[in-house]
Design a protein around this ligand. Structure first.
Ligand code: ASP
Length: 446
């Protein structure tokens, strides 16, 4: 990635220490959650804070269901699922703002109205509906808009002066909907123009708030950065503003060596290198979005992962240290995978031309390849199971190759593996594919 210089005229302000705090959905899944976020900000807002917030709780999943009914032209289910989201947000608003004349009621309602209007605008029945990925970004991005509207109003109510910046005016991307690529130059220009003047006024020692996950393309249509993309938004802001640190507030004490949902007594990693964090995120450790680390590493920005339940505990620090300081295995489980094995129909060998043809097809369908392996007569890939793209991908591959596939397999990755770590995972499972390098083993299991 090219470095983005901070223009000279902004340098004095760039030196001011702005902290970036990112709050994920779990931290704002209830009125109590908003109160807790407010407490964390209150403790820290003596230095300038740029806060990034995602959608409330599981709102993004709920909006995906709304989208499904919208795409299927099902007005009853569409309204039902939309109303459930409306109610969840207004329950929180009523708890946080007992005074029903508070402007947040109108502001939030007008966002819901915008989305209602989008559905109504003839989109439901006519042919103006565009491709799934485009519609996804226009609709699902509202989760972040609803949540940031509530948080900004609540912080102000609690005496923490907060200004809301629309992330669609800060993060400029291309039009790869659902996985938009950042235009760094344009984004740096927008962020510097909007955010630095805000922190320039010493009297304003307060919070600048924006939404994670969302941006806009040059036509002004909403885009999203991929699921869990709010971490990446925090990194983009940190990189452009050249802050010294970013904190991601999570519902875990830091980065653990395994997911506590399926592994008892996981250990917390105190400090790890950027490289280790990239490997972990890439192979599916759900604690950080994979694109987050690179910009931070490039600019030497420290990343803390901390618990919003125990804000004074140290959490995990990701920084520039020796990559191999880890002395125990780290387990990563990626569920909902599909293992596809591809062979030439005439039982000939897999050769370079086949591979390049197969990769072209995978890239065309935007398949996320997690592991691949080839033998003389077949090539295997382990992919995220994505119902939108898989049937078409398999159909296209089947027109040239013999295809076998296993749905519902898990991909385990063990960093710094030991024989007993592998035994622990394979004891009661069938291993369909195994791949080892010096520090990492991948196991596709059933
Ligand atoms: N709200 C989005 C999601 O659930 C983005 C994020 O939380 O980071 O994926």
């Amino acid at each position: 990635m090219r470095r983005i210089p901070v223009p000279d005229k902004y340098l004095t302000f760039a030196l001011m220490d702005i902290k970036i705090f990112k709050f994920g959905g779990a931290s704002v899944n209830s009125a109590a959650g908003f109160r807790n976020v407010c407490r964390i900000l209150k403790k820290n807002h003596k230095t300038g804070i740029m806060a990034v917030v995602s959608a409330m709780g599981k709102t993004t999943n709920a909006l995906e269901i709304v989208l499904k009914h919208y795409m299927a032209n099902d007005p009853i289910l569409l309204i039902e699922s939309f109303n459930a989201i409306h109610e969840a947000h207004f329950n929180v608003i009523r708890e946080l703002f007992p005074d029903e004349s508070h402007p947040v009621y109108d502001e939030a309602e007008s966002l819901f109205d915008q989305l209602r209007g989008y559905f109504r605008k003839g989109h439901l029945y006519d042919k103006t509906k565009r491709a799934y990925d485009f519609e996804y970004d226009q609709i699902v991005s509202y989760g972040e808009l609803f949540c940031s509207c509530i948080l900004c109003n609540y912080l102000n109510l609690q005496g923490i002066p907060c200004k809301l910046f629309d992330a669609r005016e800060l993060v400029i991307t291309d039009d790869t909907f659902r996985d938009a690529r950042v235009n760094w130059e344009k984004t740096a220009e927008k962020i510097n123009a909007a955010i630095l003047p805000f922190f320039q006024n010493p009297g304003s020692l307060s919070v600048a708030l924006t939404q994670g996950f969302i941006g806009s393309d040059p036509r002004g249509d909403s885009t999203t950065l991929g699921r869990e993309g709010s971490d990446y938004t925090a990194a983009i802001l940190a990189y452009v503003l050249r802050t010294s640190e970013v904190t991601i507030w999570k519902d875990v004490p830091g980065i653990l060596n395994a997911d506590p949902k399926w592994f008892s007594n996981p250990k917390k990693l105190g400090i790890i290198s950027y490289r280790e964090a990239i490997e972990l995120a890439y192979y599916g450790a759900s604690v950080i979005h994979p694109k987050t680390i690179r910009p931070l590493e490039n600019a030497g920005i420290k990343l803390f992962v901390k618990s919003f339940q125990k804000p004074s505990s140290p959490g995990t620090l990701i920084t520039n240290i020796d990559q191999w300081n880890i002395r125990f295995p780290i387990y990563i489980r990626k569920q909902n995978q599909v293992l596809i094995s591809i062979s030439p129909r005439d039982f000939s060998f897999i050769v370079e031309e086949n591979l390049s043809h197969i990769f072209t097809i995978l890239a065309k369908h935007r398949a996320k390849t997690n592991v691949m392996q080839n033998s003389a007569i077949s090539f295997s890939v382990c992919l995220d199971r994505n119902e939108q793209m898989l049937p078409e991908l398999i159909e296209e591959l089947s027109s040239t190759y013999e295809i076998r596939y296993n749905y519902n397999v898990d991909l385990f990755t063990v960093r710094h593996y030991t024989p007993s770590a592998i035994r622990r995972l394979t004891k009661s499972r069938t291993v369909l594919l195994e791949q080892r390098t010096r520090h990492t083993v991948h196991l596709v299991v059933k």
